[in-house]
Write a protein of this length. Structure first.
Length: 247
């Protein structure tokens, strides 16, 4: 509990005291242990705490255009404009304000420990299905706007992750899709947007996508996760799979 120590050092000290079962419990996520009552508001999922180590429960809500499902616990959230419209403003300050509203409301609802901030970077294709959650097809504009949006969230002392990494450019069949694309094209499109967004926001996490990229699942893709994200981008946060994906 010594906050003067480096975060990595404190994490190592906690790990040294954890049992195998406790470690497994933390990486499963989803809806917690089978049969356990859910303390969440119906959002994406939750991870049980470890009281003996003062490790608090983590509730992971969704937030596309505002914090979702607050009414389940008699809490209400601001419905924000489409982020596609936000990107059309070309106003990074508006992006920061957008994220700050979400961050403040998450903290107000008692969700300050871990937040899951959703945002994607994909082509604005009619086949995509969730264009209202995107910031358009220009990787520089999307990266800059989402970077400020995520910074606004995290400036409220709420951790967030950016998703879906990467090339998740369709909703229908997202579990079976296989994006076939050369490395240069990846780096100049989706990956460029992620690089800018992560650099500007220092996001706590990245969520990998359901689809395959050049034949390998994104959540176990060596090129995406190791070569690009961890080595080239020097990302120091965590990587998590989407809910329902055990890769």
């Amino acid at each position: 509990m010594d906050k003067t120590l480096a975060p990595d050092q404190r994490a190592d000290m906690v790990l040294a005291q954890m049992t195998i079962d406790e470690k497994i419990q933390l990486v499963h996520g989803g809806q917690g242990p089978r049969g356990a009552p859910s303390p969440s508001n119906g959002g994406a999922g939750w991870i049980p705490g470890i009281p003996r180590l003062e490790f608090q429960i983590s509730i992971w809500p969704d937030s596309a255009v505002g914090v979702t499902r607050g009414a389940a616990t008699s809490r209400f959230s601001t419905l924000l404009p489409s982020t596609l419209g936000l990107a059309a403003s070309w106003d990074p300050k508006a992006g920061h304000l957008y994220g700050a509203v979400i961050g403040r409301e998450l903290r107000d609802q008692g969700l300050q420990h871990v937040d899951r901030r959703r945002r994607r970077y994909h082509s604005a294709s009619r086949a995509t299905g969730r264009n209202f959650e995107y910031c358009g097809e220009d990787p520089i504009l999307a990266g800059k706007m989402v970077g400020q949006l995520m910074k606004g969230v995290q400036d409220q002392q709420v951790m967030g992750d950016i998703k879906h990494y990467a090339l998740n450019d369709q909703e229908t069949g997202r579990n079976i899709g296989n994006a076939l694309i050369d490395k240069r094209s990846m780096r100049e499109s989706d990956l460029l947007a992620f690089e800018i967004g992560l650099k500007d926001s220092n996001a706590a996490g990245v969520m990998c996508s359901y689809n395959k990229v050049n034949g390998d699942w994104a959540c176990e893709n060596d090129y995406l996760l190791n070569q690009v994200l961890k080595k080239t981008f020097a990302f120091q946060g965590w990587v998590m799979s989407d809910w329902g994906r055990d890769a």
